[in-house]
Design a protein around this ligand. Structure first.
Ligand code: SF4
Length: 394
């Protein structure tokens, strides 16, 4: 069952503020409490991935979409913002660029950007919904990706038609299989091939994914046997309780139960590997975020700081005296988000750290309230300004 975008339906949930308020009202333990309970803390790592969300335009309107993407969305990254991304890559050693959307390939600058990034010797990941590869307007897209050795991470919620079409729309499963075969034909997903094809599995209802290894084995066996399709790896992720999946949870009366399941599935062993520790997310308009999920909730790393502000941020001295805190929110499905101040100028761009993962239910973190976040955020900004002015007058 495909649905229209929240924006199109004029749903109150189309606004990030309403989503935050609803999530805030769910009584679950904080992320901080979870960490402390396990004697853990979170530390920033090197930025290894620049994730670029090139817009909300998509050829599908999947029921669980955290972007609220669809054919009706018109927000797309324009050329000047792409150029700022390239400029950042020219000055900062970030080895991977992860291009996402919407359907990122529908952005008219997509192929040019991929070529530019590849010319700079960086690895490119394309978050592909598969069906876009078959659109008449996208002729030659699969071949283009292969020629540029782009890694493809594609969504396939299940290896059965019913579940996939329920989540992603009628006919999507069949077209996805056709697209996978096309990619296999080009060399994607083969043993020893340099063309990497990874799948993403996410549950179709208000439940958490099973063990990734088992799910991967089931997918591998079934796709090969029934459809002669092969792939490299599978990521099993939980759905983020935001945007259209939040809408579904509320409508089906599952919100509290789902959040409880997420909290109870917290796995301390996964904290170290949270992918957002090494990722910086760029929005279609050039604003910066800890992750794609925070991007959709309009939770910027630092209000008003975008790619254009990089030079200023890079030239600022380390924040030696800045206190470190985390604030996480309880809106993170399958994982969570945490913000920490930088005590050193390590994560080049901003005063806050990305600690967010889209990975498994094991990664759940939940957190403090939105009000607490804003309060701490304001305090930290004030402290940062104070440190800077002290340093300038010294
Ligand atoms: S989940 Fe992906 S394919 Fe589906 S509507 Fe959202 S962006 Fe498009």
């Amino acid at each position: 069952m495909s649905v229209g975008s929240l924006r199109q339906r004029q749903s109150p949930l189309a606004g990030a503020g309403t989503q935050l308020q609803i999530l805030e009202s769910v009584p679950v333990p904080s992320f901080q409490e979870k960490l402390e309970g396990h004697g853990l803390s979170l530390q920033a790592a090197e930025i290894e991935i620049l994730q670029v969300n090139v817009g909300k335009l998509c050829n599908q309107t999947c029921a669980h979409c955290h972007v609220d993407a669809g054919p009706d969305r018109r927000e797309i990254m324009e050329r000047p913002v792409f150029e700022l991304c390239l400029d950042a890559l020219d000055r900062i050693r970030i080895p991977k660029v992860d291009v996402t959307g919407g359907a990122p390939e529908l952005n008219p600058h997509f192929r040019w950007f991929v070529e530019q990034v590849r010319e700079r010797g960086r690895h490119v990941i394309d978050r592909c919904n598969l069906t876009v590869l078959l659109l008449p307007s996208q002729a030659g897209l699969a071949e283009f990706l292969a020629q540029n050795k782009v890694e493809i991470i594609c969504s396939l919620p299940y290896y059965q038609q019913r579940e996939t079409d329920l989540q992603r729309g009628s006919g999507v499963f069949e077209r996805s299989i056709e697209a996978l075969r096309k990619l296999n034909h080009l060399g994607y997903g083969g043993d020893g091939s340099p063309l990497t094809l990874n799948l993403v599995y996410n549950p179709v209802g208000a439940y958490l994914p099973g063990a990734q290894k088992q799910v991967e084995a089931d997918f591998r066996r079934t796709l090969l046997k029934k459809f002669n399709v092969s792939f490299n790896h599978l990521y099993a992720i939980a759905n983020m309780p935001i945007s259209r999946f939040l809408d579904f949870l509320i409508r089906s009366g599952n919100l509290e139960g789902y959040m409880e399941r997420l909290v109870n599935a917290f796995n301390p062993a996964a904290v170290e590997g949270l992918m957002c520790r090494n990722t910086l997310s760029v929005g279609w308009d050039g604003r910066l975020y800890d992750c794609d999920f925070n991007q959709m909730l309009d939770l910027e790393v630092l209000r008003g700081v975008e790619l254009r502000g990089l030079d200023r941020l890079l030239s600022e001295p380390p924040m030696e005296n800045a206190s470190r805190f985390f604030v996480s929110s309880r809106l993170r499905g399958g994982s969570g988000a945490v913000f920490t101040t930088k005590t050193r100028r390590r994560k080049e761009f901003c005063g806050f750290e990305p600690i967010q993962s889209v990975s498994l239910r094991r990664n759940l973190v939940a957190g403090k309230t939105c009000h607490e976040f804003h309060e701490l955020f304001q305090r930290n900004r004030a402290l940062h300004k104070e440190n800077l002015s002290q340093r300038r007058s010294a």
